[in-house]
Ligand binder design. Structure first.
Ligand code: 13P
Ligand code: SF4
Length: 363
């Protein structure tokens, strides 16, 4: 039995997987249309199997915004559930079955640091029109800052369009928190290297740039990263190509630039699922993303050879992995008393502007 969040009662902690699954299914049928269970592609397979709608962060935000269920149980991480709460109506309640499931990358751009950086940038570049764009992997108050300052949020599947949108409205984009998604998106826009500045939030002096660097830059990228996707390296691609001639390599755009450039394709988790689904039987595909998705694809398509790209490291998002059957059963059987995700309205109001822009831009 997996180790689980220790506040849940022993009744759930000690139950068998078979018992928990049965209880979850029975609670789901009891609640019917009043409930929807959303699952991100990185969830454990036993949780994924119990979801009603699966998707990448964009698809799940869109589903949450359109679904009428009173109870939205989000099997994902904290920023996803926050976005769902911001996008849903007042009568709807959003739950994160394991409240400890966060995203370390989202926490790399704290609102204090973002406001400080914005002050420095706007003082260093007087009169420049800078459009802030935040990856959805960010806290609600950061999204609110973006909404208030004429920007938008984006996901990995909408980043290219979000940059296009930003460049129509301003001369520079300030993107946070993922340097790698920012770099890969800038490359897709053909922005030359000397027009990309990296903003090191730990460096008090212009984020490690000169005023000239910032004046020249079209994209200013926060120096945040996902520890799961930065484990992939170009050596993994070279070794994989040698070992499996003809292999196709598909990676997530949170991977470093060199990895994305050396791969055959890159895209969001839904893009990766689609890529594998459409590949003909017999295809050999190595995937650079979180292990639970790779593992599920390998089991779903036994007629294709699916490999995890690094081959020797375990690219696992421990936060996505936190949600267990124990947590889900506890949450569903105690909807009245378990903690809900509730973003205060004064933050939600501006964050909603940024999220709704994202949905509009991507369509
Ligand atoms: P997707 O939007 O591609 O699902 O990515 C979410 C995420 O957190 C990737 O690490
Ligand atoms: Fe955050 Fe990386 Fe986990 Fe995605 S995989 S939720 S970016 S830590």
């Amino acid at each position: 039995m997996p180790v689980t969040f220790n506040i849940i009662p022993d009744e759930y902690r000690l139950a068998t997987d078979a018992d928990l699954t049965e209880r979850i299914l029975s609670r789901k049928s009891e609640l019917g249309d009043k409930l929807v269970v959303l699952t991100h592609h990185y969830q454990r397979k036993e949780i994924f199997a119990l979801g009603d709608c699966a998707g990448d962060s964009y698809a799940l935000a869109k589903t949450a915004s359109q679904h009428g269920a009173e109870h939205i149980v989000f099997c994902g991480v904290h920023f996803m559930a926050e976005s769902a709460d911001i996008l849903t109506k007042r009568y709807q309640k959003v739950y994160l079955p394991n409240p400890l499931a966060g995203c370390p990358m989202a926490d790399m751009a704290g609102i204090g640091d973002v406001l400080h950086a914005w002050d420095i940038l706007t003082n260093a570049l007087p009169g420049a029109k800078i459009i802030p764009i935040s990856y959805v992997n960010s806290t609600a108050d950061v999204k609110a800052f973006v909404g208030k300052n004429g920007g938008t949020t984006c996901t990995s599947s909408s980043a290219v369009k979000a940059f296009e949108w930003g460049f129509k409205r301003g001369e520079k984009i300030f993107f946070f928190p993922d340097e790698h998604l920012g770099t890969n998106t800038s490359n897709k826009h053909g922005i030359p290297k000397d027009q990309i500045a990296i903003w090191d939030y730990a460096d008090p002096k212009l984020g490690g740039n000169s005023v000239d660097d910032l004046k020249r830059a079209r994209a200013i990228l926060w120096k945040g990263y996902c520890h799961v996707h930065t484990t992939f390296r170009t050596e993994h691609i070279e070794q994989t190509r040698k070992r499996y001639p003809g292999v196709k390599i598909v990676v997530h755009p949170e991977c470093p630039e060199a990895v994305v450039n050396a791969a055959d394709a890159d895209g969001s988790t839904s893009y990766i699922v689609d890529y594998v689904t459409k590949a003909p039987p017999g295809s050999v595909i190595a995937i650079g993303t979180e292990i639970n998705l790779v593992d599920r694809l390998a089991h779903t398509f036994p007629d294709k050879q699916i490999y995890e790209l690094s081959g020797n490291t375990c690219a696992m998002c421990v936060n996505m992995y936190r949600t267990t059957l124990n947590d889900l059963a506890w949450c569903l059987e105690n909807l009245e008393s378990v903690p809900k995700i509730e973003v205060p309205e004064e933050i939600a109001r501006d964050a909603r502007i940024a999220l709704e822009r994202m949905l509009e831009i991507q369509g």
